[in-house]
Design a binder for this molecule. Structure first.
Ligand SMILES: Nc1nc2c(ncn2[C@@H]2O[C@H](COP(=O)(O)OP(=O)(O)OP(=O)(O)O)[C@@H](O)[C@H]2O)c(=O)[nH]1
Length: 316
């Protein structure tokens, strides 16, 4: 009896699948929402803007739909070659997805930064655009209502309409399911694109590099976030380990632009780097589910953000 196919009634009538990306100014809560929807830590979150450098996909598996989330970097006014490349990446992503979710924090008034993005969005005619008002746990009902009206009006002023406007708090979990429901409904009909249970197709190395970058940026200010790049040189299982005691060797380089930044990352007598290593190792172990030996080296790559050759080498 157990191998009898599921009855037609138990199966959803149509299956939908496709891609959605979240856009919004830096710190709008895109990565946090991605994580909440997927239910595991796949994108990197931090209190500092523009830390999401890579297009990280999280996959939401549902009986009726498979939603692949593409987390783009924050769109911003380009100051460097890296800034330009990131913005190009954002626009390329918009042209390829089935839904664009515009994240606007509930606790900040709609501003020029949002209008800058909305104006670009207005040009993307075919793709349904959903406004997602994030961080609703930070405001009262009245402020939220005003924000929803402002968000509606911003689009109307630019000559387009949102397919949906959804308030959500990724931190409290309020309405996260509804976001998934509404996004799923907007997807085209189609079979699952990824095997069941897969959460991301981002190479493990890039995710490990992002976790190291996140750990290295914790507690530092100012220009360092933009000057730090992490490259995994090698990630291989240690040989001669018993099957029940595996160990993964991870060797990574942290690239900074100036010797002074190298000193900051390393800290007095290497204490800071050691601490970064410990925290990043725990995160990588949690991510990959295996004990890790993490080896970090800091290198100066002078002005890498402005040098096309170096950018390529660092994976941009
Ligand atoms: N209270 C509250 N804080 C949130 C919520 N969502 C995100 N945050 C916080 O807002 C900050 C930015 O969140 P991220 O998810 O990193 O924002 P992002 O839009 O991905 O940022 P970039 O990668 O810089 O573009 C972090 O400190 C989050 O903890 C929320 O629902 N409620």
């Amino acid at each position: 009896m157990s191998d009898r196919p599921t009855s037609a009634a138990a199966r959803p009538a149509v299956h939908r699948s496709g891609f959605a990306c979240f856009v919004g100014r830096p710190n709008a809560g895109k990565s946090t929402l991605t994580n909440a929807l997927v239910g595991t830590k796949v994108a990197i979150t931090s209190g500092r803007p523009q830390t999401t450098r890579h297009t990280v996909r999280g996959i939401v598996h549902r009986p009726d739909a498979q939603l692949v989330l593409v987390d783009t970097p924050g769109l911003h006014k380009p100051r460097t070659l890296l800034g330009q490349r990131l913005n190009d990446l954002v626009r390329t992503t918009w042209a390829e997805v089935d839904i664009i979710g515009f994240c606007l924090p509930a606790d900040q008034k709609v501003g020029p930064g949002d209008r800058f993005i909305a104006k670009e969005l207005a040009e993307v005619r075919k793709t349904p655009k959903v406004a997602i008002v994030t961080k609703t746990d930070l405001v009262d009902k009245k402020t939220l209502a005003e924000q929803l009206v402002a968000v509606h009006r911003m689009a109307a002023d630019l000559g387009f309409e949102w397919a949906e406007i959804i308030p959500v708090s990724a931190v409290s979990g309020d309405q996260v399911e509804l976001v998934a429901d509404l996004l799923a409904k907007l997807l085209p009909e189609g079979p699952p694109l990824y095997p069941d249970g897969e959460l991301t197709d981002e190479p493990e190395q890039i995710m490990a590099a992002e976790l190291i970058r996140e750990a290295a940026l914790e507690g530092v200010r100012d220009e360092l976030p933009h000057s730090l790049a992490v490259v995994i040189e090698e990630m291989i299982p240690r040989e001669d380990r018993p099957a029940d005691k595996p160990l993964l060797d991870v060797h990574a380089y942290l690239y900074v632009e100036r010797p002074s930044q190298k000193a900051i990352v390393i800290g007095a007598k290497g204490a800071r780097l050691k601490d970064v290593g410990t925290r990043a190792r725990r995160q990588i172990e949690a991510l990959l589910g295996t004990p890790v030996y993490l080896d970090l080296h800091v290198k100066v790559a002078k002005d890498w953000q402005r040098d096309p050759k170096q950018l390529r080498r660092l994976g941009f």
